[in-house]
Design a protein. Structure first.
Length: 203
């Protein structure tokens, strides 16, 4: 049954709609191996999740105690391309999430992501849920990314009001909160549908 509530719901893509963080981690592992650096999944989650590549590169300089460690723009582009390749090969979006979003058609639903438009749109199209969203904010749409509030301020403008933001990272939660959104943390993308349905039951 379609949901008729008018409170805008806004979702992050990586780690919320799609379980892409392991793909980003794998791409970073491959790049860091060239420098003899090992990146565990726990270290990635603790230091990198939800951040853009330039911020992650600064993290590696700090935790490796190697101030000279630097990645070229070409290397970072290749890393992102590798993540996109893994994502588009088989979009990791669970069926429960797809069903939940389809039931939200007709309600104000947004997506705020630091990923690129072309990649995210193709993944959503493949999953059959691109038309479930009424507003988008992609990496290219703002100059300052999470934890700055810019992306969510733009989402608020495009949706006409603030609403409820579903995020997995500290940076994303801070961005949404600073823009005036209620925030809900999603620890596991597989739990998103049940989290949303429970929140909507309170409306």
């Amino acid at each position: 049954m379609p949901v008729t509530g008018r409170t805008p719901l806004v979702f992050d893509f990586d780690g919320v709609i799609a379980d892409t963080e392991p793909l980003h981690w794998k791409a970073w592992v491959e790049l860091l191996a060239l420098y003899g650096i090992t990146l565990t999944w726990d270290d990635y989650q603790r230091n990198c999740q939800g951040k853009v590549d330039t911020s992650i590169a600064e993290v590696f300089q700090r935790i490796s105690n190697n101030g000279a460690l630097a990645f070229s723009s070409e290397q970072l582009l290749r890393r992102r391309a590798r993540s996109s390749e893994l994502l588009l090969a088989s979009p990791p979006i669970c069926q429960a999430t797809c069903t939940m979003l389809k039931n939200l058609r007709g309600s104000p639903v947004g997506l705020v992501t630091t990923n690129e438009r072309a990649v995210v749109e193709q993944a959503l199209r493949t999953a059959g849920i691109l038309d479930c969203f009424s507003a988008f904010v992609f990496r290219e749409d703002v100059a300052r990314h999470k934890p700055f509030p810019d992306a969510y301020l733009l989402a608020k403008e495009r949706l006409g009001a603030p609403g409820i933001a579903f995020e997995d990272s500290a940076a994303g939660l801070e961005s949404a909160s600073r823009a005036g959104f209620e925030t809900i943390r999603v620890a596991d993308p597989a739990e998103l549908a049940s989290i949303v349905n429970m929140r909507l039951a309170l409306e």
